[in-house]
Structure formats: structure tokens, C-alpha cells
Write a protein that binds this ligand. Sequence first.
Ligand code: C2E
Ligand code: MG
Ligand code: MG
Length: 730
Amino acid sequence: MSLWARKAKSARSIATGGTAFSRCDILDQVEAVGAGAFWATDEEGRLAYLSTGALDALGGNEESLIGRPLIEIFTGVHEESGEEAQRTLGFQLRSRSRFENLIVRVDVAGHGDGSPGRTRWWRVSGKPYIDQKGCFQGYRGSSIDITAEYGRQLEAAEHSQYDPLTGLANRRRMASRLSMQLSACKVAGRSCALIMLDLDRFKQVNDTLGHPAGDELLKQVAERLKTVIKDRGEIGRLGGDEFQVILPDIDDRGDLTDLSARIIQMISQPYSINGKRAIVGTSVGVAIAPYDGIESDELNAAVDLALYAAKGSGRGLCRFYTADLRESAEQDSRIEEDLRDALVKGEMQMHYQPLVSPQDHTVRGFEALMRWVRAESGPVSPAKFIPIAEQTDLIVQLGSWALRQACEDAVQWPGQLRVAVNVSAKQFMNADFPKIVASALSSSGLEPDRLDLEITESVFVGEVEAVDKTFAQLKRLGVRLAMDDFGTGYSSLGYLNRAPFDKIKIDQTFVHGCSAGGTTNPAIISAIVALAKALGMKTVAEGVEAMDELALVTERGADLVQGYIYSRPLTHDAIMERSGTESFVFPPSGPPRYRADRMNYFRKIGVIHEDHYYKAMLRNLSKTGARIEGLAGVEQGTALILDLGGGQLAVSKVVRAEETAQGLKFETALIGDGNDGLMTRHRISPYALATAGMPLAALPPGSYPLAEQMSGSNSPRKFFEVDVDRKSRF
Ligand code: C2E
Ligand code: MG
Ligand code: MG
């Protein structure tokens, strides 16, 4: 019998309709149906009474419970109500105030026979009991065991750590994992890589195949990511088509480059969704703690910038964070702002690059290329501003202007010279596009068959019917269509069949350098020419610069050639000046042979030798070595460390020594940075720098101030720094 029951033996009975009920009986029955239990404390806050059912639930050991402070028995409070509620319970008990519906944890001890303890969850309410004399006598309260229900809630909370669609960790879990991981890194001086990816063209899959198909695609993407990552790290879906991977203890940028390449390759394979084929790609950004950020916020911001840069430099690429990305992202947003006013301010121009017949060097037409001369900083490359215009839809407005301008200019050109205008997928997708073309033609008076529209394969990801309708409308207008940059996209032959193209432009990547030998490019050019012939289309070889390239593409049967070998893009006025005769002739002129682009640098770098720091000029950089200039007295065989900036130190040896220039070989080869540059696999760790007395911070841009660190050395300097004139030798 419980203490309460014993005390209550003297309790009065209630008589109703002849039946006598003891209050205690009723309470016992209430408890027996699971409606609640009762407890009481003495004036010191110690448990004085617990009803039988509750005692049993707690292992039935009355002696170990009665007399213990209540705050010790209710060992924890609902996680969500957190510390505050825990404090509240203690506070309320001390201040003798009432509390209601607090969820508390009650730990049930094992039986001392080795059986494990259990945890139960109770919802408790309590009220101070003041006797007739106004004295506080302790608490009287009730409780109800909600372990089953609360357990489910806990489980649901556990589930809310995961994305229900893909089963991957959700944003919340990734955030807490990352901050845990980074804290651990700080303690142990370890590293942690963060990869962020975002699918390219996912929106089109959703738009064309529907949202359920989009969901299915995300699931398949998650599976593929798991296959690549295995147990090396945790993968999460942050929402939409954004995924993240946390990879503890990896900081080798070579390994991360390989891993990212595998991710990109896996994700870019076609998907089969309910019997339909879908293709997406992905861009990847990588940031590594502690180099790019010590805390979560910093590392997340870094990886976002890296991803943004990856998307900006073309799709399907991986970029690593470097401190200068921050500045270039700011530049991009300024470009976007200025681009909005560029048309109104008259900063846009159209230039025209000839398309020439290699047989007789006569011009057959011109490709219209947009030029932007920005008031504050001069010309901006289309490779820079067109992608920004595409992202922001400004391209629709700019593209319409380009079309009008090109038609107005071309109508003044002599003979039947044609003009080719680039059309981005966004413009093409606009339902009004055929009307815009028709209006440009009618207001300029240009005959429709003198206008080519250059379209890239990216238009085909649009909704099939709408795309086909636009093609049919354009054909009806009588304009011609050219497939631009052929070979760089998905190059499905089906596309060529589906749209009535008149011309295929063989992308520069196959043309430039095609004569170098050791590549399959000549074979690809032949194949594209043969394919075009079979389909009744003409071919244009883009980007021909050298005589041997011209000879090769001519021999392989390209109908037209466009490239610096004939001319760079010209202004309309320049064309009018040259157009004395009806048939233009542009004699080819260029280097006889293709030469691989050599990277010539004029970049100041640091050179570390023993405990001295020197400044030198980097003149040439390859994966395996470098040429530096500006140090005198360096002998062959000397070991030097190059400080390439951003914490990149390359251990190297002098293999060729001239008076003030040296050829160096690196101990560990550099790797590509995904942006035509090179980088070291490893960087100097901010932890190492902190040990050397510097503040712990992510690596700053540029040359690390190791120079100042090393300036205190007393030993004599071995080399002299000499001024090198940028132009003297090159
Ligand atoms: P694209 O349509 O493939 O244009 C050819 C690009 O190759 C032009 O670059 C041209 O100047 C360049 N090029 C021509 N011959 C050579 C050569 O021998 N060597 C090298 N290295 N390059 C050569 P540009 O003018 O910088 O334009 C870049 C891209 O920007 C164009 O590629 C096109 O996709 C886009 N673009 C340019 N103007 C427009 C426009 O008005 N509308 C749209 N939507 N896109 C445009
Ligand atoms: Mg083009
Ligand atoms: Mg092109």
C-alpha cells in the first residue's frame, strides 16, 4: 500500500445514492485506467508521496524514491523547452509557484541485476499546498506518463533531421554536423572539406516532365551521390536541387578535384524516369577548413562563392574557393547593376566577324557579336557579361536590341551578305520571340533569308512542343538556323534531326589546336562535316588562328571559316569602308603553325630560402615547374620554396640557373584549378601559422605576409633582388 493510501486511511468517505466511496479508492481507480498519477512533496521539496501505479512504473522501490528531492527525480525537461524549463522547475519549486504541463524525464534505475535503466517521460503539474494556518506544506501534483507519445515525437524530431524525399541529411542536420565537425577540427588541428553542388537544368526537368519526375530525379541523384561518397562523409540535401557533402580530414585539393570530377561525371549521366530520359548536370564548389574558413558561417559563405564561380565559368565545372572570389562576386553584382542601364546609356555596340570561304577567301557573311564598353572600366568581355545577362533575364532585352541593330546594319551591307545573330536559350524560350524576329526584319527591311539565328543545344532542354513550335514559326518567316558551338553540349544527333538547321558551327575547342597532332580533333571535324553533308547542312569552323589549322579544316571540308586568321570582329563602319567591291576578300594572315598557349606571367611572388623571404617575378608556370626572374646569385640545385599566394607553398629545386632568372622543378606537381589556372594540392595551415604567433584566421588573398614574419632573421641574405623590366626580354 502506498504512503498516500496509508495516510489516507482516515480519509472521509463520500456517500452517493447509498454507495460509499473512499476518495482514495477513486484516485486509485483513476490511476489504474492510466489517467494519471499523484505525488506530493514535503515543505523541503522532497518527495513525500507517489501513487502506487507511478511507483510501480518506476521500479516500485519506494524507499529509494520517497524523501528524495523532486528536482532529482525529474531529471530532465523536454528538450524543446530546454534549459530554461529545467531552470523553471527548480525556480518554481523554490518560489513555491504553480506549474503546469511540464514534460520531464524520469530515469528508472536498473534492478541492480545488471538490467539496463530506462527513461520515462511524464507530463507534470503541481500546486503549492498551503494549510489552514497559511503555512506552506509542500507540493501536491499530478503526472501522466506520456512516454509512448513523446517517444514518437522524439522519433519525428529525429526524422526531421533527414530529408523525407531522399533520406539524406537535411539542412538542419548538415548545419549541426558541420559545426560539430569544425569544433573538433579546431581542437585537433584537423581539416574538413565542404562540397556544395547545385544541379544544372533541374528546373527544365521539372517544367517539362512535371514535379513528380523532378522528385524522382532528385532521389536518383541522391543515390548516385551515395555511390560516389560512400562512407567518406555525410551527404545532405539543403533544399531544391542543392546538395552538400561534409568530408572530414580531407584537404588535398588534388584528391578533391578527382572526387568532384567523379561527382560531376556520375550526375551528368542520363536518367530514366518513368521511361523518359532526362539529363541534368552539376556545378561543384569546394571550400576547406581551416584554410577557407574557421567557423561554419565563414566556410559556408566560402563554398557558396566557389559554387557561384563554378556556375559562372561554365556548367559542369568544379571550383575551389580562393579569397579573391569574394571580390569577383562583388564585381559581378556591379556588372549586373550597370548592365541594366547599359542600353539606355548607349554603351552597347555590335561588332561583326567575317565568315569566309576558305576556297577563295571571300566573305559570305558576318557573325554579330555584342560589345559592351562600360563607362567606368572600358570593354567587358561577352564571356563575362552574357552569362550574367542570361542569369538575370536581361538577355531578353539585350538580345532583342542586338537583333534589331544587326538587321539595321546588315541591310546596308553590299550584295547578299548575311548576318548571323546569337540567340540565347532564354530568348528562344520567350513565346514572343518569333514576333520579335519578324519585327526586326520588317522594320529594317532585311530579307529574311539574309538572317541566320545561331542557337546552342541548350534550347532543346525546353518543353518539346513549345520548342518545335518556335522552330516552325521561325522557318515560316524564312530565316535560317545555325547550330552554334556544336560538340560542346549534349550533341544528340536527335537535335539535328528535330530542328531544320541550315548550318553547323564546329566549336573552337575542336578547331583551335587541331593541327597540333596527338588529338582526335581532326577526326571529329571530319565526322561533323560528313554528318552535316548527309543532312544537307553547311559547316563553319570557328576559331581558326594559324595557317596550318586553316589548311586542315579546309582539307577536311569545312564550307566556311571564322577566326582571327581572317579577321577579328569589325565595326559596322569598318565593314562599310572596306566594302568598295561587291565581293569582299580577306586574305588569311596569322602564324604558320599552331602553338600551344604558353602562360606568361608577370606576377610578383615570394621565394623562401633558408630563413629569408625574397620577392621575385613569376614568368612562367606549369604543373611541374616555374621560371622566375629577379634574383641574382642563385645556383643550380638550390632548394627554394615559392610562395604563390593564398597559402600556397611549392617546394622546388633550381634546375637551370641564369644570371637573374631560374628554372625550377616542383617537388609535388601543381593541379588545374578548374579555371585555366594552377594551384598547389596543399596549403599552409592557419593552425600552423597560429602556432607561429599569427592570429587564427582563414587564409587572406595574395601573398601571405610570411615576409614580415621572416624579416627578423640575423643570418646574411644569400641572393640579391634585382629589378626586372617587364618588357626587356618578352
Ligand atoms: P560564339 O557565338 O561562339 O562566338 C564566337 C566567339 O569566338 C566570339 O567571342 C569571337 O570573338 C571568338 N573568336 C572568333 N574567332 C576566334 C579565334 O580565332 N580565336 C579565338 N580565341 N576566339 C575567336 P566573343 O565575341 O567574346 O563572344 C563570346 C560568346 O558570347 C559568343 O560565342 C556567344 O555565345 C556570346 N555572344 C556574343 N554576342 C552575343 C549576342 O549578341 N547574343 C547572345 N545571346 N550571345 C552573344
Ligand atoms: Mg555564335
Ligand atoms: Mg560559337
